[in-house]
Design a protein around this ligand. Sequence first.
Ligand code: S3P
Length: 443
Amino acid sequence: MSSHIIIKNKIRSFNKRITVSGDKSISIRCVLLASQAIGTSKIFNLLESEDVTNALKSIRKLGVSYRKFKKFYKINGYGLNSFSRKKKIIIDAGNSGTFARLVLGTLVNTKNIVKVIGDRSLSKRDFSRITNPLKKFGVNISSTNNCLPVEIEGSEYLRPINYYEKIGSAQCKSAVMLAAIKTPGTTKIKAKKSRDHTEILLKNLKIPIKISKKKKFDYFEIKGPSNYSGFNYNVPGDISSAAFFLVMTLLCKRSKLTISNVNINKTRTGIIEILNKMNAKLKLKNKRIYKGELTADIVAESKSNLQSIDCPKNINSSAIDEFLIIFLVAAKAKGVSKFYDLGEMNKKESRRLDIAINFLKMIGVKVSRNNNSIKIYGNPSLNLNGKYEMRDFQKDHRVFMMSCIAALTFGGNWKIHNKESTNTSFPNFFKIMGKLGVRLNWN
Ligand code: S3P
């Protein structure tokens, strides 16, 4: 049963240091890579959210054992050819587009048909972007109107492919990379810029991958098959979760927040670039590199003179999951903010661009739209005192959390449905809220 929360008061000033849970993208990649390593892997600070739990349950169905210890998960892999040969395996990816798409890349050499299913939201999302390139490896793969359920029957005779990834989707690029490490020969990929955690991990695992980065595209050559050994990994904090609290700090009065040990890989820091262009003055302290991933402590302070932005579209892919929350800053900034070409937002857990526009209109912010580009007419004195209700957003975790931040910083009397959606990516969301002094009513 769905539950809601009521928010009637703005958040009071705070000055705190917090940590956010482990990065979702890196957690899912670690689970999948560890499940096919030779030997035991130990993953510390693994995100314990539904998306990652579904990944863990799925590798168990594929015959991989794992155990949770106090500080880490131990995953026992037996190599690239070791997934279960049982018939009629069904993998339930739940809400996770990343897991569903990446796991398909690892299933190109399974013996029997494996069926991948998902929840209502995931079952509406396009899978042709994955099934088309995977077919070229020589596997049988079928879907229902390009959506889940997808059935995949692996092949013993995989062929390497040349793949041109045009969308800027890390999920597509990564699925092909995971298939490539199982495929004899050299798979070549030309990909529009997107998050690069998979290639960083492959390099760390000493899998033969050549990477050449050009201005617009990245080029890869992966030689397979290439087994690798079990590994240890300490997952850094998720900038996509940190984003909600960074924006909350900017938008409320006399507050300061430090978020320790956040991944600031530059393919993920579009939000920092955008907010700083809007005069947020976020600071990065204690920068360090861990296994090729840059991490830092991020410091945010309240800001009353936020400026609008004309957001260059080459930042889009590095902020794609954060635009919902960035739009709240634009609503409070001085001037008209412009964002371009955000069609991909409508292909996420919900139609996020449409929902964001309706949300902003509901709270009295003027928005104009031209296809997938929008203008937000900011109002620095935005202050709400009406009654608002948020429902029917496909239980999208990020829409839920964005709505909470709006309620806590803009004011008003709010009823926000689907509180349980935070479990998808950020189960500690309410605990951190509590630490920052928020007392929520819910049922
Ligand atoms: C992700 C890639 C992005 C992002 C998603 C996580 C990943 O999706 O929106 O939340 O971990 O690879 P696309 O690759 O479809 O852009």
